[in-house]
Design a protein around this ligand. Structure first.
Ligand code: HPA
Length: 269
């Protein structure tokens, strides 16, 4: 089965097991795991690994649950337990969840993540809307055989990848939310200070190890993309030392703030 057919199969299972189609999906990043509860009423939930192509979690802070949540009268598929390139998964696995979400009816996918920050305007705990990204993974979810019939060709236009319509609506609702460019690297090591200097000069405000491939895959399927980073640390060489627990703790501390921003994104749909 090709990755597109596999995602269609998973989408059909999501509809069946979670009681119907969805309007939007939210992919929860490191430190965002508890956001699902605060977002709205959880109508149904399944363990991720019960759906074709989904994996049990391998990184602390990434719980593998797929939930149907009612948020402001929209049916939102909340996906906790994303998989990363740095775990050794190929791009098609990394984007399987978002492809399945679109197959389950989601016309918008909201990607969240934890990020290091090189823009001194943003402090730890600050939610930042992703305005654009720089994909430094060297990978693409569209690499390989051409997408099957019925799908768009592989040469996807990434202009306005992160919906300006949604960003404007969220910034109007909450002007304290930041906006910036996210550099996506493969990881799993954090960057060197020299790499951070390079990324800042390239125009990046944020750095992380997810999101970029999923955004490309969602856009290729014709759905709308939004992205929100939670700043969990100053990037390497710009503050203290870096560790994964610090990233998770910063996520915990910023819980209510990020929940409010996510609700604003969903209300803007
Ligand atoms: N670098 C890369 N990924 C990250 C960071 C970072 O500083 N913080 C959270 N995810």
């Amino acid at each position: 089965m090709n990755p597109f057919e596999r995602a269609e199969q998973a989408g059909a299972q999501l509809i069946e097991q979670l009681g119907g189609t969805f309007d939007a999906a939210v992919v929860l990043g490191s430190g965002w795991a508890e956001v699902a509860q605060g977002l709205g009423t959880v109508d149904a939930a399944v363990a991720a690994e019960s759906i074709t192509g989904f994996h049990p979690p391998s990184v602390p802070g990434h719980g593998g649950t797929l939930s149907a949540v009612n948020v402001a009268n929209r049916r939102v598929l909340v996906m906790a337990g994303r998989v990363h390139l740095y775990e050794g998964h190929p791009p098609a696995e990394v984007v399987h969840g978002v492809r399945a979400a679109v197959a389950a009816g989601c016309s918008t996918v909201v990607l969240t993540n934890a990020a290091g920050c090189m823009n001194p305007a943003f402090g730890v705990g600050q939610p930042v809307l992703i305005r654009d990204h720089i994909n430094l993974t060297g990978q693409s979810p569209l690499f390989g055989p051409a997408p099957p019939e019925g799908y768009a060709i592989r040469f996807t236009d990434l202009t306005d990848l992160y919906s300006s319509r949604i960003r404007e609506a969220v910034l109007e609702a909450d002007p304290s939310v930041g906006e910036g460019v996210y550099a996506g690297l493969m990881g799993p090591h954090f960057e060197t200070p020299a790499e951070i200097t390079m990324l800042a000069r390239m125009g990046a405000d944020l750095v992380g190890m997810s999101t970029v491939l999923e955004a490309i895959a969602v856009r290729h399927l014709g759905a709308e993309v939004a992205g929100v980073s939670l700043v969990t640390n100053a990037a390497a060489g710009m503050g203290g030392e870096l560790d994964h627990q610090e990233v998770l703790d910063a996520g915990q501390a910023a819980q209510s703030r990020v929940t409010a921003v996510l609700r604003a994104v969903i209300e803007a749909l």
